[in-house]
Write a protein that binds this ligand. Sequence first.
Ligand code: ADP
Ligand code: MG
Length: 217
Amino acid sequence: MLDAQNLVKSYPSAGRRLEVLRGVSLHMAARESVALTGESGSGKSTLLHLLGCLDTPDAGRISLQDTVLHDLDETGRAAMRRSRIAVIFQQLNLIPSLTVAQNLSFQARLAERFDADWTAELTDRLGLADLLDRYPEQLSGGQQQRVAIGRAVALRPEVVLADEPTGNLDEATADTVLDLMLDLARDSGAAFLMVTHSPRLAARLDRRLHLEKGRIV
Ligand SMILES: Nc1ncnc2c1ncn2[C@@H]1O[C@H](COP(=O)(O)OP(=O)(O)O)[C@@H](O)[C@H]1O
Ligand SMILES: [Mg+2]
């Protein structure tokens, strides 16, 4: 399903290049959940940005099913982000002027993939039914996180990429949120990749990849 081969990525740094990824390969099957771990600065977010079509590699190949991602132009990458790949960040990027209900359906509607039954089910399973008319600023961190997850899976993406999505939450809330993400990703058929530095959370996913010195070890 999602396949990356020999990804290389560097950034300009003090007149030189900082080599962040030095040949990263990975493969994810549908419904598979994978934890991505590694020290701060090891390139986890960089890798997620490449897989999520937010940035392009210097070299290497990425494909999702039959679609080649690494040489898409900005328009092509935007289309992938709109309809096939969802990214959940620690900064949730909920839209402050929209209610919970509107935040949940916004992206799915944009992608013309809004499904009222699926959205109602998500709302229920995420415990958001009583919060639909609120604005993001009127929610707790854990509640906002659940809206961000609902928004991501509402459009039934093929891949959900999450960058330390539970980093701001206490352990119990983080566990609940991870349960939900895993359930919903599996039920929607998506492959799920999560960056975390919690070994405890990583252990709950199917598999773990560790990034070190620009490579997966
Ligand atoms: N846009 C950028 N420009 C320059 N350097 C960057 C950029 N993004 C990340 N870096 C650097 O690349 C390295 C890896 O960063 P990142 O992928 O954010 O690591 P992680 O998510 O594992 O903490 C760090 O040294 C970081 O400072
Ligand atoms: Mg990061």
